[in-house]
Write a protein that binds this ligand. Structure first.
Ligand SMILES: *Cc1c(COP(=O)(O)O)cnc(C)c1O
Length: 394
């Protein structure tokens, strides 16, 4: 992406969404939704097959060992379908939590009545391979480990590769929520071992919301018949029906699928996962560099910073007020995201969606003007925030 090739503003004048999905999509993606499709029709079935084929290729499945099973609903529906179907009723899951999505996975297992234990690292500390190894050695009943690839609540990129090695060295199985990473951060089956990953249409592939998908080892899908607690979220049944008929089991989000196929074509034209990841990384570097120059501090050190979303501490200056900052940014065409840290005030800025470095420079300039408008002279965080961050280095 050249410096001069600025992505146009969204055509209806809506703001850029600096949020981790729904996010800003290409005009062509929205345009693809102007046609109605019959769910049973051959044209739509071909679209579903093409979506699945492209997603499997993105996951690096060259041997046909894996299947892609889309599931209606937001990403959490697909996570619930994966956990409820692939974990047997007598299984036990070790959940690696360091934020809202790890917590949600544990909550899902509570609803499902599946036995589980949680390693809770708090707001943002990474679960490490050594901790996973110790937990697995201590409890032979654990059959599965559930890891979050990029924990979107802080933006931390968790060390899934090292986690996977410890899991398989102990003969257990790994499931990965790669919702906010898949499509921009490599997680090919040949490089990282897992039984299944889950993601959704409206994150790094830059589609609109409406379905998620699970890419699972076929042997695991075969063995999962009868596990599901839910009729509608039975991944095995969805897979079998799709294999036999080429159709989704119940009404598919046809327009969303059409938009997603266009998004997949754009993703490929951009250079696939590598190209998409490079653009997001450039977005992050420009945005984080600019925000630091304004005096803001990021929660995470560069080692853990993902190219997906970045958490910044709110300035200690009493003139700073997040609601006002949000409104001032929005008035300039940029929608940012509140923070999710429990200990100190923070906010988040996403790097994903149809945006480039020129847009990110616009974000930084708008943030600078917002500080001036509020009369904030110093954007540095309270001492408490820096003490918190020091824990990461320890
Ligand atoms: C977005 C996301 C989900 C799913 O959230 P929904 O609101 O249900 O789409 C799950 N896990 C992670 C890490 C996410 O970023």
């Amino acid at each position: 992406m050249s410096e001069t090739e600025t992505f146009p503003r969204p055509r209806l004048g809506e703001p850029f969404l600096l949020t981790p999905g729904p996010l800003t999509t290409a005009y062509e993606v929205k345009e693809a939704m102007l046609c109605d499709w019959g769910s049973w029709d051959g044209d739509f079935r071909a679209m579903t097959a093409e979506v699945n084929r492209r997603l499997l290729a993105m996951a690096g499945d060259s041997t046909g060992e894996f299947a892609c099973v889309p599931m209606q609903g937001s990403g959490s529906f697909a996570v619930e379908a994966m956990l409820g179907t692939l974990v047997p009723k007598d299984g036990k899951v070790l959940v690696l939590a360091n934020g809202a999505y790890g917590q949600r996975a544990a909550q899902t297992l509570r609803y499902l009545g599946r036995d589980h234990v949680v390693i809770d690292k708090g707001d943002y500390l990474p679960p490490l391979g050594t901790e996973v190894a110790a937990a697995l050695d201590a409890d032979p009943a654990i059959s599965h480990v559930m890891a979050i690839h990029c924990e979107t609540s802080s933006g931390i990129l968790n060390p899934v590769e090292e986690i996977s090695q410890e899991v398989y060295a102990r003969g257990r199985k790994l499931l990965v929520d790669s919702m906010s990473a898949f499509g921009a951060i490599p997680i090919e089956t040949g490089r990282i071992r897992y039984e299944a990953i889950v993601a959704s249409a409206n994150k790094c592939i830059e589609g609109v919301p409406g379905f998620g998908f699970v890419i699972a080892r076929k042997s695991e899908l075969h063995a999962s018949q009868g596990n599901s607690h839910s009729l509608a979220l039975d991944l095995h049944a969805q897979w079998q029906y799709m294999e036999q008929t080429g159709q989704w089991r119940y009404t598919p989000p046809t327009h969303v699928v059409a938009a997603f196929l266009k998004a997949l074509e754009i993703h490929e034209a951009e250079g696939g996962v590598a190209g998409r990841g490079a653009r997001y990384t450039a977005n992050r570097d420009v945005m984080v560099g600019g925000m630091r120059a304004l005096g803001f501090e990021a929660l995470l050190s560069d080692k853990w910073l993902s190219p997906i979303i970045v958490t910044f501490f709110s300035p200690a200056d009493p003139a700073f007020e997040f609601a006002r900052f949000y409104d001032l940014m929005k008035a300039e065409g940029f929608v940012i995201y509140p923070g999710k840290l429990t200990v100190v005030d923070s906010f988040r800025i996403g790097c994903i969606g149809r945006m480039d470095t020129a847009v990110m420079r616009g974000v930084v300039d708008a943030a600078g003007r917002a500080l001036s408008a509020m009369g904030v002279t110093d954007a540095s965080p309270p001492a408490r925030a820096l003490e918190e961050r020091a824990k990461l280095a320890a």
